[in-house]
Design a protein around this ligand. Structure first.
Ligand code: FAD
Length: 411
C-alpha cells in the first residue's frame, strides 16, 4: 500500500482533533488528515459528553478559553462559514447553587469582569421566576431520608449566556468547516505504529495497513492517549488516567414545567440539564468518589450505569424538582482522561521533534474544544491568527507547575 504524504496527521477525531484540524487548515496547511479508529468523529469521550458550556473556572486563563468558545457558539455559522447550525447550542443559562459553606464569588466575578463575560450574582427570586420548577435549596439532601427545610441564599451566581450543546453535531460542524478547507477524515483507521525518522518525518501505520507520513503529528487520542504515546516511547510528566464516569437520564414529567437551566449544586454534588429538546432530564455527579474509577483498557469497560448510581441520582433529582409521576430512568457510563495532577490538559511538543500532544482534558474539555483547537494549532505551527484566544500557548506546557484548579471535574 502506498503512503499518503500530509502536512499534519492528527490521531483522534474527538472535538480536540477535529477542532485542531480546522484551525491548522485556517493557518494554511493544505493536507491535514484526521485518523479516527471509530466509525465517525466523536466516537470517544466527546460523543458521550454532557457538553455543558459554562465559564466559571478557578482561574482566569481557562475562563478566557471557555468564553472564547462560547462566543464561537454564539456566532457559529459565521465563524465556521456553514449554512446550517447543528451544534445544538442552547443558551439556557447556568445556575451555581452553593452548599452550606459560603460561596465567595469575588474572584470569579473579577475574572468575568476582566474579560467581559456574562456572570453575576442574581437575586434568587428573579432566578426562581425564570426557572420556576428548579429548587434552589443550598442544603444537601440526606440520602438516609432525614428531611430538612429547603432554603436558598438571597442571590446565586448565574451565567446568563451559557448553556449546553450537542457534542456530536458540534464536532461534525467543525469537521465540515475543516473539510471545506481541505481537511480529510479517515474513519475506521486505528493507528497501530509510528516510526519517526531522523529527517523529522513520522510514518504512521494503521491497522488496515494504510500509511500516512507528515512532519507534524498530534496525539489527540483522548482516553487512549497513553497507548499512542507508548508507540513513540513517550511518557508524559503528569499522570493521565482513563476514568469511568456515570450519568443518569429520566423522562421529564409534565409537572416539571417552564425553562430549565444547567444547574450545578455544590450541596448535592450534582449537575444537571435538560436533554432531548427538554423532554428528558440529565444528571451527573461532581463528587470526587464518582470520578475515581480508573480504567486500564479504554476498549474494555462497563458502559452500563449501576442501579446504585441511578437511584442516588434520582434521589438528588427529586430534591431539585417536585416530580409526582414515575418516569423511565436509564444510566450509562463513559470515559474521560483525568490529569490527576491538576485536571488540566498538556498541550505541548514532547518526544521527537514534530510530535505534539493534547491530552488530559478531564471532565471539562468539551467546551474548551473550539478555543483549544486554536491553541493547539498555534503550538504546532508557531503561527498566531488575529482572532486567537489571548492565552499564552505555554500555559499548558508539559513541564509546568500544577495549574490552580478546584481539584475535580469542575476544575
Ligand atoms: C460523561 C461525560 C460528561 C462530560 N461532560 C462534559 C461537560 O459537561 N462539559 C465539558 O466541557 N466537558 C465534558 N466532558 C469532557 C469532554 O467530553 C472531554 O474532555 C472531551 O470530549 C475530550 O475530547 P478529546 O478529543 O480529547 O477526546 P475524545 O473525544 O475521546 O477523542 C479521542 C478520539 O481518538 C480516537 N482514537 C484513540 N486511539 C486512536 C488510535 N490509535 N487511532 C485512531 N484514533 C484513535 C478515539 O476513537 C476518539 O474518538 C464530559 C465527558 C464525559 C465522558
Amino acid at each position: 500500500m502506498s503512503t499518503k504524504t500530509c502536512d499534519a496527521v492528527i490521531i483522534g477525531g474527538g472535538i480536540m482533533g477535529v477542532s485542531t484540524a480546522f484551525q491548522l487548515a485556517r493557518r494554511g496547511l493544505k493536507q491535514v488528515a484526521i485518523l479516527e479508529k471509530g466509525p465517525h468523529v466523536a466516537s470517544g469521550s466527546t460523543g458521550q459528553s454532557s457538553a455543558v458550556v459554562r465559564l466559571r473556572y478557578a482561574n482566569l486563563e481557562v475562563t478566557r478559553l471557555a468564553h472564547w468558545s462560547l462566543q464561537m457558539f454564539q456566532q457559529w455559522t459565521e465563524r465556521l462559514e456553514l449554512v446550517e447550525n447543528r451544534s445544538g447550542f442552547s443558551p439556557v443559562g447556568v445556575v451555581w447553587i452553593p452548599g452550606d459553606e459560603d460561596d465567595d464569588p469575588s474572584r470569579v466575578l473579577a475574572n468575568f469582569a476582566e474579560i467581559g463575560a456574562a456572570g453575576e450574582m442574581a437575586p434568587t427570586a428573579e432566578l426562581q421566576r425564570r426557572y420556576p420548577a428548579l429548587n434552589l435549596c443550598r442544603h444537601p439532601i440526606d440520602l438516609a431520608g432525614k428531611t430538612h427545610d429547603c432554603g436558598a441564599p438571597a442571590a446565586l451566581f448565574w451565567e446568563a449566556e451559557s448553556g449546553y450543546a450537542d457534542p456530536q453535531g458540534t464536532t461534525e460542524d467543525l469537521l465540515r468547516a475543516g473539510q471545506a478547507l481541505g481537511v480529510e477524515l479517515h474513519a475506521r483507521h486505528e493507528v497501530t505504529s509510528i516510526v519517526s525518522s531522523k529527517g523529522g518525518t513520522f510514518e504512521v501505520s494503521c491497522a488496515d495497513g494504510q500509511r500516512f507520513s507528515a512532519g507534524r503529528l498530534l496525539n489527540a487520542a483522548g482516553p487512549w492517549c497513553n497507548r499512542v504515546n507508548a508507540l513513540l516511547d513517550v511518557q508524559l510528566p503528569m499522570n493521565m488516567q482513563p476514568t469511568r464516569v456515570q450519568m443518569a437520564v429520566r423522562n421529564r414529567p409534565q409537572d416539571v414545567s417552564g425553562d430549565i437551566p444547567v444547574f450545578i449544586s455544590a450541596g448535592d454534588q450534582v449537575y444537571g440539564r435538560p436533554e432531548a429538546r427538554g423532554s428528558q432530564l440529565l444528571i451527573g455527579s461532581v463528587a470526587a468518589e464518582d470520578e475515581s474509577e480508573r480504567v486500564e483498557d479504554p476498549d474494555d469497560f462497563d458502559t452500563n450505569g449501576s442501579p446504585e448510581f441511578r437511584e442516588r441520582m434520582m434521589h438528588k433529582l427529586h430534591h431539585r424538582f417536585v416530580m409526582q409521576s414515575r418516569g423511565r430512568v436509564h444510566g450509562y457510563a463513559a470515559l474521560y482522561t483525568v490529569n490527576t495532577d491538576d485536571w488540566h490538559p498538556i498541550v505541548d511538543a514532547v518526544g521527537p521533534e514534530g510530535y505534539f500532544v493534547a491530552n488530559g482534558f478531564s471532565g471539562h474539555g468539551f467546551k474548551l474544544g473550539p478555543s483549544m483547537g486554536a491553541m493547539i494549532a498555534r503550538r504546532m505551527t508557531d503561527q498566531a491568527l488575529p482572532d486567537d484566544p489571548e492565552v499564552d500557548v505555554g500555559y499548558f506546557a508539559a513541564d509546568r507547575s500544577p495549574i490552580h484548579s478546584s481539584g475535580g471535574v469542575l476544575a
